[in-house]
Design a protein around this ligand. Structure first.
Ligand code: TXA
Ligand code: MG
Length: 325
């Protein structure tokens, strides 16, 4: 029974709208493009749909999901917005920003979606996902469309290769423009805390707020922020000064490290050193290098400014020891 294998259909976005809507109405899941990464979407008000998301991802139940909304009215029916959260929503929505806010007691969200927390992560995406939510009329719970602990899918093909045996539809709208998951913020005691660096650089948020973000873990924060995440099969060596024989190289910028000419395969995140381009290439390049079967991927240094913070965060998770997670 449980192992009945599906084969996901990949449909171009212009043909997929009604089929996607039909699946959501049945309480089923569908992989949809957003501007950050592909999401595995289901009705956030329907416990069966949420259970299917966790099941398809193989995700631990205690890891809560982001509820995606199509407009501010929908967001305010779910969460309580203090003035700072309101300002952040006004400035950056729709876009790659997730806000963690107190969950309204009367919000129509299934508790499995929040893993029973009193707060909820909300995001207003762009593109196909936004139109789908508006037509559906309910928020969509959508984690990144990947098996738990693996690289987030940034193309329909990558999603189908990973989850295709467990879901029935992947909506194809090409490679996602941002390529990294959303930045997650939480306002506490009038201060804005960065829970996860992501598609909007911290500097851009600080400029809009006129204050610095609080950093560093505190309490349970993002329960899903397990250290080992986004893991390719190969090992990862970061900030390398040299490539050893047999290693693949994930490069950045115009200057190559020693031994680069002998790398088993070389992909450059951005030859011109553009961090946006690097972010959009990161996951698909890690997957391509991993598919060569090398045992180690060497990674050149990526600067910490702007989106470099989120890129380095994902690289560090991919390089973390895998045992027990
Ligand atoms: O760009 C994105 O954010 C993508 C697209 C599909 O929207 N979604 C995504 O979802 O990255 P996911 O589930 O892979 O990551 C959401 C993160 C998890 O680490 C989870 O623990 C955290 O958000 N989170 C969810 N609810 C939370 C809450 N109430 N408090 C703190 N962290 C929360
Ligand atoms: Mg994820």
């Amino acid at each position: 029974k449980g192992s009945a294998s599906k084969v996901a259909q990949i449909l171009p976005a212009y043909e997929a709208f009604e089929p996607a809507l039909a699946l959501l109405r049945q309480g089923d899941v569908v992989a949809v493009p957003t501007e950050t990464v592909y999401g595995l979407a289901g009705d956030a008000t329907n416990g069966t749909a949420i259970a299917r998301i966790y099941e398809a991802k193989g995700r631990p139940r205690f890891n809560p999901l982001i509820a995606h909304v199509s407009d501010m009215d929908m967001a305010m029916r779910i969460g309580l917005f203090d003035p700072l959260s309101q300002k952040l929503a006004q400035t950056f929505w729709p876009g790659p920003l997730t806000l963690v806010v107190p969950l309204k007691p009367d919000a129509n969200i299934h508790p499995l979606a929040t893993a029973g927390l009193a707060t909820i992560a909300l995001r207003m995406p762009r593109g196909f996902a936004a139109r789908l939510i508006a037509a559906f009329g309910h928020p969509l719970a959508a984690p990144s469309a990947n098996t738990s602990g693996r690289i987030s899918g940034t193309s329909a093909q990558a999603v189908a290769a990973d989850l295709g045996g467990r879901i029935s539809l992947v909506v194809d709208d090409g490679a996602t423009p941002v390529g990294l998951e959303s930045t997650i913020l939480k306002v506490e005691d009038g201060k804005v805390r960065l829970l996860r660096p992501g598609g909007i650089a911290a500097e851009e948020i600080e400029a809009a707020l006129g204050t610095r973000l609080e950093r560093g873990a505190k309490g349970i924060e993002a329960p899903g922020m397990m250290v080992s995440h986004y893991a390719p099969v190969a090992g990862m060596r970061l900030d390398v000064g040299q490539v050893y024989p047999g290693e693949a190289l994930l490069a950045f910028g115009s200057k190559r490290v020693k031994g680069a000419d002998r790398a088993a395969m070389l992909l450059n995140l951005s030859p011109l050193g553009d961090l946006r381009e690097a972010a959009s290439n990161l996951f698909s390049f890690m997957q391509q290098l991993d598919r060569t079967g090398v045992s180690m991927i060497a990674v050149e240094p990526v600067p910490m400014q702007g989106l470099g913070e989120a890129i380095n965060d994902r690289l560090a998770r991919a390089a973390a020891p895998r045992n027990g997670s």
